[in-house]
Structures are given as C-alpha cells and as structure tokens.
Design a binder for this molecule. Structure first.
Ligand SMILES: [Zn+2]
Length: 547
C-alpha cells in the first residue's frame, strides 16, 4: 500500500510537472519580423508616448518587450542604404561596401546607385530602371541569408518597402523575393533577380488601386487640433518644403485626387505610404503562409514614408506627428494580424531605424539654436570654376557625395599638376565656410587631431573604391541642403541615435540605457535563432534582451 502511494504520488507529480510546462514552447520562433522605420529619432518614442495607444505598436513593444534606449549608428554617412544594410548584416560600410544611397564609383568612373543592377529586368514594370535592382553591390551576407543557409533554404525570406533599397538590402542575396513601390505606376514591383513574374496575389493587390482611394480621401489630422498645437510648432512654417504645391500650405490636404493617374509619387510623402506598406506586408504574410512552415521564416518590412515626411516638414511639424500617430495604429494592426496568423509569442519582432534626422535649420535659428545649411552641389560648382582659373583643370572635383569629394586624379596627373597643391587649395577654401567643422584628406583620417568617435565612425564608413578623397564634417545642426526641409547623414546624435525595441519569442521584458550599436541587432538575432552570424558582422550579442 505504502509503495503504491509513493508510486501514485510520483506519477501525479511528474504528470503535474509535464502539464505545468508552458503550452507552446518551441525551440525556435516561427517567424522573425524586422521593422525598420526610415528616419525615426529615438526621442520620438518618448515625445509622442502619451499619444500612442496601448493597442498600437509602440506601447505594445515597449510594455511587453525590451527597449534598448541607447542604440547608436556606428558609422557615417547615416543614410538609408547604409542603415538597412547594417541592421541586417551587423556590418559597416568599410566591410559591406554600401557607402551611401549613391556613390562615385572609382572603377565605373560614374555615380552608382546602391541597388542598381543592369543585368536584371524589372518584374511588374519593364520600362525604365525602377525594376533593374538587386543586392549585388552588398558584399556580405544578411541574417536572412544565414537563416536560409542554416535551414537548407527551407526558410522563406521576403523584404517589402516603398523604397527599393529598403526592401532589397534587408532581404539579402538568397531571399525568396523583395518587393518595392513603383512611383510611375503606383504598384509594387520586383526584379528578375528574384522572380520571373509577379505572384497572382500581388497583381490582385496592385489592381485594388489603393493609392487612388487614398488620394480621394485626402490627408487630414487624426487627433484634435489642440494636440498638434501642444506638441508641434504652428502648422505651415516658411522653412517647411511644400510637397503638395505652394498653394497647399498646411492641413487639411484635401486636393490630392488631382494626382490620380498623374503622380503616384506624392502618396509616399503622406502616412498612406505606411498604410500601403502594412497592407502589402499583411498580404505577403497570408499568401506566402509566413510562419506556417517547419522552419523559421523572415519578413523584413521597412516603412519609408516617415523619411519623406520628415525631410519635408521636419521633426517638430504637424505632418510628422500625424505620421507617427497613424503609424502606431498600423503597427498595432500588423501585430494583430501576426497574432492571428502565427500566434502571440510564436514570432519575434524588432523595431529600429536606418538613421534619425536633424531639426530643420530654420526652426533651429528661430529658437536661437545652432544650425545652418551647406549646399554641396553649389560649392562643387564654385570650386570647379575657381580651380579651372587657378590650375587650368576641367572638373577637378568629380563628385561631392556623402560629405566626400572625389578628385579627378587622372586629369590632375595628366596635366602634371601637383595633387597636394589642389588638395590644399580645396581644404583651405572649404575651411572658410562657416558650416564646416573639419575638412581633411581621408587617407590622413587617423593622423589628424579630432575626436575619436568621429574618427571611428568615418573609418567604419570608408570603402576605398566607393568613397571620396576629401572628407567634410559639418558643425552641429548644419545640414547639406537649402532653405526648406531637413536631412541626416553625419555622426551627430540627432542623426545616429536610433530606437531599438524587441518583442515576442525569446525576448525578456525590460529596458536598458547601456550603449548598444546598430551592428548588434543581427548578432543578437543570430544568437536567438542559433544560427551563424552574417559574414561581415562586427556587432555583439545584446544578452540583456534574451530570456
Ligand atoms: Zn532620408
């Protein structure tokens, strides 16, 4: 009897122990959802937090996931192509080769676009170059590539964004597909690098002509006017760029239906660009059965419209605030769809940005804060004019891209001119410009007296064949631009401090203010997925976020 009782209780204990195990403990997530917000400053998470809903995306991630508050971009230039590449490769331009959206390519002797590929054809739009795209210029693997390698290519990896580079670079070399928005037709397209024809479900999606219905709706603010007055400068300031024409200054932007069948580019400068992206992402999720297979799938989503809106209207505008209020809703609905399709807790998601942004210089001046503009193309023209007078060289400066000048070394040499003299002339000329903090020859980067953070970030951003010869570092608050709007691109915290939120499978609840880097994202994903880090990864695993 005693033996029986002991046996009975042992059985009950072990049955209880088994049944107490959490229900769906899988050894891997069913899906990874990477979310990049193009041009999101870290401080938006806090400035706008009272306006984010518990059912929206940002609070859901912050309250139930992990917040890495001090995540920095470890290189310059802080621009879209470099950012998306870094997030998904854990690498820097010095290794992965994507040194800008565009760069002067020294072997091609012309400006190259980051994802251009003249060997492939557009799928969905065969006219023009919109579809002639691939990740071939990226020299390393992405986390999606490593996932494909780890599962003998059974994992499905797909990228989606309005911007081609926001879809192509994250998805990687071996991706099943990448889709991006074609502003000529208002449809999502791809290239023959990935597929032979658009899937039926994408043709059906494109045929819904969502952009036309968005244009008919117009763009108005979501919350009461008082909210915008509380959080922003007055609507319609002279230093904002008027995307919808000079007569359309400020809310409401009612007259957008005039763009139907005429201009499918305008929608990307409205929050509807995010709606379009989220709708396309959910369509991919369902039709490609993402997260329904035996292996972990990967969906890389990039929201491009915050960048277009931010460039035109700036971080303190009504337009920008309205964009984030609506994006919060879109993200909430996206998580609802993911919960339904894959199950809450069965997918892991991260949210970050490819770069942040400076305030509009006009706004800074209005508030007695340091800032101003520097017009690189006008300066290039002026310098080439003066260099011709001085040294009799035509086009001594070939390009001024990514805050770097490329010299026409062939011409300089063939004319027998001392290159050093040309360099010194340029450096001395630019040093007189009030916008410039420092200007120097890039091969002397490590030898000049300058703060180590700036040096390190510029070195990380340097790739010989695709970088310039002379570097320009602007003063704080100064941007490469003109009278209206703003931009990003240098090492400063307003450009380089990005949000990083983690949520879902394998993620602890919490937050940290420890310094992390954009390069750590791919390393941490590799650790979570127990797969190899991407081939150029220099990041470190953020152990704090892992359960
Ligand atoms: Zn931008």
């Amino acid at each position: 009897m005693k033996v029986f009782l002991i046996l009975f209780s042992l059985i009950t204990i072990s049955v209880a122990a088994i049944s107490q195990k959490p229900k769906s403990v899988s050894t891997k997530p069913k899906l990874v959802v990477g979310i990049v917000i193009d041009q999101m400053r870290w401080d938006y998470l806090y400035r706008f937090q009272p306006l984010f809903k518990p059912s929206g995306g940002f609070k859901r991630m912050i309250n139930n996931g992990f917040n890495c508050n001090n995540t920095m971009v470890p290189y310059a230039p802080t621009v879209t192509a470099c950012g998306h590449t870094c997030v998904y490769t854990g690498s820097v331009p010095n290794i992965h080769g994507i040194v800008g959206n565009n760069w002067w390519d020294k072997s091609l002797n012309r400006v190259a676009y980051c994802t251009e590929d003249k060997t492939v054809e557009g799928i969905g739009n065969t006219k023009g170059d919109a579809g002639k795209m691939s990740p071939e210029n990226m020299l390393v693997t992405t986390i999606g590539d490593e996932l494909r390698l780890a599962t003998n290519f059974k994992s499905k990896v797909i990228g989606i964004a309005v911007k081609d580079r926001g879809a192509i670079l994250p998805a990687g070399h071996s991706a099943n597909a990448a889709y991006w928005y074609d502003k000529a037709t208002g449809s999502f397209i791809s290239s023959s690098y990935y597929i032979k024809e658009l899937p039926t479900w994408l043709n059906d999606f494109n045929n819904r002509k969502l952009v036309d219905s968005f244009y008919r709706l117009g763009w108005n603010i979501q919350l009461p006017k008082e909210t915008y007055l509380k959080y922003c400068t007055d609507d319609a300031k002279p230093y904002e760029y008027k995307v919808f024409g000079d007569s359309a200054a400020g809310f409401p932007y009612n007259n957008l239906s005039k763009y139907i069948n005429k201009d499918y580019n305008k929608v990307i400068s409205t929050p509807y660009g995010n709606t379009l992206t989220a709708e396309a992402a959910k369509t991919i999720l369902i039709n490609e059965k993402m997260g329904k297979g035996d292996e972990t799938d990967f969906l890389a989503i990039s929201f491009s419209s915050p960048d277009y809106i931010g460039h035109s209207f700036g971080p303190n505008s009504w337009e920008l605030l309205d964009c984030y209020i609506k994006l919060d809703d879109e993200l909430g609905k996206l998580f609802d769809a993911l919960d339904k399709q894959v199950g809450a807790g069965n997918y892991v998601s991260f949210l970050t940005a490819d770069h942040a942004v400076a305030h509009i210089p006009g706004f800074m001046k209005e508030h007695k804060l340091p800032g101003g503009t520097f017009d690189d193309s006008a300066e290039k023209k002026e310098m080439n004019k003066r260099l011709k007078q001085q040294f009799v060289i035509d086009t001594a400066i070939l390009s001024f891209e990514n805050y770097q000048l490329t010299l026409n070394k062939k011409s300089i040499q063939s004319l027998g001119i001392d290159e050093e003299k040309v360099v010194n002339w340029i450096v001395n000329y630019l040093k007189q410009n009030e916008a410039i903090l420092n200007v120097f020859e890039l091969n002397k980067l490590m030898a000049i007296p300058m703060n180590n953070t700036i040096k390190e970030r510029l070195a990380n951003g340097y790739f010989e064949n695709r970088s310039g010869d002379i570097q320009v570092v602007l003063k704080s608050g100064y941007i490469d631009g003109m009278r209206t709007g703003t931009t990003h691109g240098l090492w400063n915290p307003y450009d380089a401090h990005i949000p990083l939120l983690w949520y879902g499978w394998g993620i602890k609840k919490g937050s940290t203010h420890k310094e992390n880097y954009m390069t750590d994202i791919a390393a941490t994903l590799a650790a979570l997925l127990k797969i190899q880090m991407p081939s150029g990864c220099v990041g470190k695993v953020i152990e704090d976020v892992m359960k």
